[in-house]
Ligand binder design. Sequence first.
Ligand SMILES: Cc1cc2nc3c(=O)[nH]c(=O)nc-3n(C[C@H](O)[C@H](O)[C@H](O)COP(=O)(O)O)c2cc1C
Length: 203
Amino acid sequence: MTGTPPRRVFVGISGASGAPYAVRLLQSLAAAGCELQLSISESGVLVLRHELELRAESRDEVTAAFLALAAATAEVYAPDDLAAPPASGSSFPDAAVVCPCSVGTAAHIALGTTRTLIHRVGDVALKERRPLVLVPRETPLTQIHLRRLLELAEAGAIVLPAMPGFYSRPQTLQDAVDHVVGKVLSALGFEQTLFPPWDGGRR
Ligand SMILES: Cc1cc2nc3c(=O)[nH]c(=O)nc-3n(C[C@H](O)[C@H](O)[C@H](O)COP(=O)(O)O)c2cc1C
């Protein structure tokens, strides 16, 4: 995806492992001045609480703690709020990202079987030909997962698996996280600075 970076971005967080990716992504988009829309699935709340070791019980507390970690503000929508503005093509944001994206959410978007706002936003992005970046995380992948991901790519989504590269020589886990999030930012049209570009191996 090239051209003007998006100003209004929907971020869906589903229940795949990878909460640190979501933190860094929100942090980066907020720092870039984006207007953020956020929806966290039921499983997404569980995974954020567990992986970020949040001292938070309710959905609202987990969401607040997550946003504080990301130093971000967002318009927050419940997963069953299918009447939220981003659920309609007429008020769709400039881009949508699902990070991390469970294989369950990927399958729902691929099949058009909308159950949550995140599924609906994915569906609308595809039908309206708007930018949609999906960051699936599962291993190993079954033929079923791979078929759904292929269908999504064929329908116009950017399928950007949470697979950090090591050519930028990450020194810390955060460096590895940054590699993936830098790729997401590039896919959205931002000039990312989270990891250095390949220099031909001269470093
Ligand atoms: C701690 C934890 C880690 C999980 N990790 C993954 C994962 O990496 N990938 C995945 O597809 N599902 C993972 N799951 C399972 C999903 O959360 C589950 O399939 C859920 O129904 C997905 O729903 P959602 O897409 O609406 O969030 C995990 C669940 C838990 C509790």
